[in-house]
Design a protein around this ligand. Sequence first.
Ligand code: SF4
Ligand code: SF4
Length: 273
Amino acid sequence: MDNKRRQFITSLIQASAAAAAGGTIVGAFVEENKNKPLTLRPPGALKEEDFLKTCIRCGLCVEACKNRENKVIIDGNEIITLKLGAPGDNVAIGTPYFIARTGPCFMCDDIPCMYACPTGALTPDMCKNDKGEVAIDYAKMGVAVIDPSSCIAFWGLQCTACYRACPEMDKAITIEWKKNERTGKHAYRIPVVHEDACTGCGMCEMACVTEKAAIKVFPRDVFLGKAGDRYVKGWDKKDQQRVKNASTKTTTETGRSKLSPIQNLNQGVTWDQ
Ligand code: SF4
Ligand code: SF4
């Protein structure tokens, strides 16, 4: 094989390898930019789908978080809450997120991250109470969920670490006392999360003493269910307002709807001759 031909074949192989690598990188980029349902966003974030469309990945919120006034130092290390998604983080690349176990949100009163956002991906509109008042206490970054099988309070051991760490103590987490039937002496002190007051800051998850946190924060859309308009808390005026305009004419049409109740009950039944 002459030199020119060898060079041509070599460059062909290199080009194919580069194309394949390029494809892999592009594929990985597309994969990394898909919505990752377990990502925790900063306070004031829009709903995840809208957030991904609105966030321009400028990093100003992360910068503001890094420069916040209420720096928290643990074991000599400053804890920085917000990070920008990088390849391998399993978060849409360039978008802000936090990991509650190692860097929860410290709920700064002035919410610098939110006000630094130039696009409205983080907005005071998502940090409001019913009266329209804006405060970090109304943030909905996620919701804490307890695994009773690994929370040692459910074993009867005294803990309350999550309760004491909660910035919304006695609102977002309360302690329920229960008799310990096993010992007949000591009381259980069970942590209970109240989703309406939980901001999802993750302070509880960081404070949890078990090897792997027994209380974890999940995005609200992932964890919370929805009862829908068919069910209402008759004792709760606010809940009655929620279903005020609900339709009372909901019908469900299936193949069985065409049958009479008797036909329906007897469908598939075989009778002895
Ligand atoms: S409110 Fe939370 S995420 Fe925002 S700057 Fe403070 S610590 Fe960081
Ligand atoms: S400041 Fe707003 S637009 Fe910029 S990265 Fe943060 S959320 Fe996205």
